[in-house]
Design a protein around this ligand. Structure first.
Ligand code: PMP
Length: 283
């Protein structure tokens, strides 16, 4: 089925969309992005995603106008209506834009390229969680600005593909003996009955799902510690799960072929899934 996307002021068929090879996003990976779920035809936590997009743009020195987030929201609502999106996600991609010569130095007045497109998507069912998923651990070799949702994802791509090529769902990343995040997710751990997740900082993305889950846990009187999690904490924990906008809770029951806890999906993992599912159903 043909899909209408938004590119630089125009609503066009996805197959007809073109950008210049001189776009800095293409040449330098010079841009930022967001991925926003759509549940029941409504963009999920859109304000939080657009706030993070604005923050990513500011952190890489891209211009932001006061009406930017309202405009992007309007475009998304228009795309939902034109494409009759129900359970999909939006990919929002903003590059620094077209520049007539390839130069690391960008012109200040360059017009940003804005692309918004949707794709069909279904999160894992609760039944699908039951067997758990396998993870692996690798050194986090990415840059020290992983709090920016940059389109330059080569490090994450390499780390996620290491997992995929070796039969794992996710690569959990360790820097200086501390857990940072997954290659495409944030990580929660239960150790000695305490729910923990790494502190925010330049080493990890401030995940919208991470934030939501902490809020929902706290509302349900479950303490979540945002703290350092060592590699040893991770490997000797009772439960581990990943959170992200595409799959809001994925329990990891084995890391590098060693069981986590008893090797079953634990209560807090199910609780995380249920809290977020219920939150979405109540919207
Ligand atoms: N960390 C990384 C590296 C990611 O790619 C993602 C998913 N985009 C996340 C964390 C989770 O963020 P969110 O919950 O906002 O999708």
């Amino acid at each position: 089925m043909s899909q209408t996307i938004y590119l630089n002021g125009e609503y066009i068929n996805r197959d007809d969309a073109k950008i210049s090879i001189m776009d800095r996003g293409f040449l330098f990976g010079d841009g930022v992005y967001e991925l926003i779920p759509i549940y029941n035809s409504k963009p999920f936590l859109i304000n939080k995603h657009l706030q993070r997009l604005r923050s990513s743009m500011e952190l890489v020195g891209m211009r932001t106008s006061s009406g930017l987030t309202e405009n992007l929201e309007q475009i998304m609502l228009e795309l939902i209506s034109r494409n009759q999106y129900v359970n999909h996600f939006f990919y929002v991609h903003i590059t620094r834009g077209y520049q007539s010569s390839r130069n690391h130095i960008y012109s200040e007045d360059i017009k940003h390229t804005i692309l918004i497109m949707g794709e069909e998507y279904k999160v894992f069912s609760r039944e699908k969680l039951e067997n758990g998923f396998k993870g692996c651990v690798r050194e986090d070799f990415r840059w020290m600005k992983s709090n920016i949702k940059s389109i330059s994802l080569l490090g994450n791509v390499m780390l996620k593909n290491y997992a995929a090529q070796n039969g794992f769902y996710e690569t959990l990343l360790i820097r200086d003996n501390k857990l940072t995040e997954g290659s495409a997710s944030n990580i929660f751990v239960v150790k000695n009955g305490q729910v923990m997740t790494p502190n925010l900082g330049v080493e990890l993305l401030p995940g919208v799902t991470r934030d939501l889950l902490i809020e929902l846990f706290r509302k349900n009187n479950i303490v979540v510690e945002e703290t350092d999690v060592t590699e040893d904490d991770l490997l000797t924990s009772e439960e581990v799960w990943c959170t992200s906008s595409t799959n809001y809770c994925v329990p990891i029951t084995e890391i590098d072929n060693k069981k986590i806890g008893k090797g079953n999906v634990g209560d807090y993992s199910y609780k995380s899934y249920d809290l977020i599912s219920n939150f979405i159903s109540a919207l």
